[in-house]
Design a protein around this ligand. Sequence first.
Ligand SMILES: Cc1ncc(COP(=O)(O)O)c(C=O)c1O
Length: 391
Amino acid sequence: MPSNRVGQLRPTAVNSVLAEVRALQARGVTPVSLMRGEPDLPTPPHIVEAAAEALRRGRTQYPDNRGELKLREAAALKLHRDNGISYDPGTEILVTTGATMGIWAALTALLNEGDEVLVPEPVYDAYYSPILLAGAVPRGVPAILEKGRFTIDASAWRSAVTSKSRALLINTPWNPVGTVLTRAELTALAGLAAAHNLTILSDEIYETITYDGHTHISPASLGPEIRNRTILINSLSKTYAMTGWRVGYCAAPAETIGAMLLVLQQASRGPATFLQDAAAAALTGPQDCVAQMREEYARRRARALVALTGMKRAAPLAPEGGFFAMLDVRGLGLPSNDIRRRLLNDHHVTVIHGAAYGAAGEGTLRVSFATGANTLAEGLRRLRTGLEAVV
Ligand SMILES: Cc1ncc(COP(=O)(O)O)c(C=O)c1O
């Protein structure tokens, strides 16, 4: 029997849909997946070589639980270089097993029983479980779809705050909807956090993947007050096509990082030392691979938008960042989960229904272009055919 806390947990949308995909595969059908946030690009060779070289040097012992100093220094350098924020690698950086571990350690270190965490809806649904595991309550703040962009009005954030609110968990560029929060939007959130003594958890793992002149801004860069109430969470998964390596890092004031370290020591004690050496090489080495990946995602985004434009009752939204495009399917007049099922069962293409990310996502589908080439071309063809067949 699971505990009451574990009893509240649900598989993520991707995992639930994967179960349906496997059932179909067992019947001999091979659906094309436009579902996962999994880059198909290889990890750049100089990073792979750094890992191999570290292994050959025998870097196989337990890591420093805070993260190897070399990687903490590399993360501090990167945060200064790319985000304009200074952190002390000795006390203000924690290396984690992906952003997933960073999010969990931050929430566990921060939350008391009954605390509320404000999350934007549509939400990256994997945020719910660690909030619930910490005995706290997620409170979705609904976005509205305005001029092709999901956005949350400052007044909606304000009216979601209660005496139990403890933190805001945001994600920019925002998975699933593709919005990149502007300086004005972040400044408003910073003001709200200061007024109500909230901590901002800022998940920035898509920071390098932005389009059409949109640029990522970390809330911690807005000024010392907001820096000191922000836990910045990042990882190498998307930026360097390193999802399977499981390396990430967090930055926050020393007291917060100290508490998160205690939490992390109960669960993972950090990524393998040789992977940390390679991660340091990624953060401090040449960054042209990052620009090349961004250009490749931009080409795929353009391909997806062209392939999905001009339908009578469905239209793509151009994402400002990340590698997902939302499709507005409100014109089809059916629940998004029904449309998703029809696309999967009748047209053998997998996407995620917007309702999986909260009620504010109803009427949309999330389409991933993290995978390119024939998978993208064939997936988009099936998607269009399927959507045009829905009556
Ligand atoms: C918004 C967001 N945060 C965190 C993660 C997990 O990142 P990591 O691989 O670093 O654990 C993902 C993965 O898809 C994501 O989309």
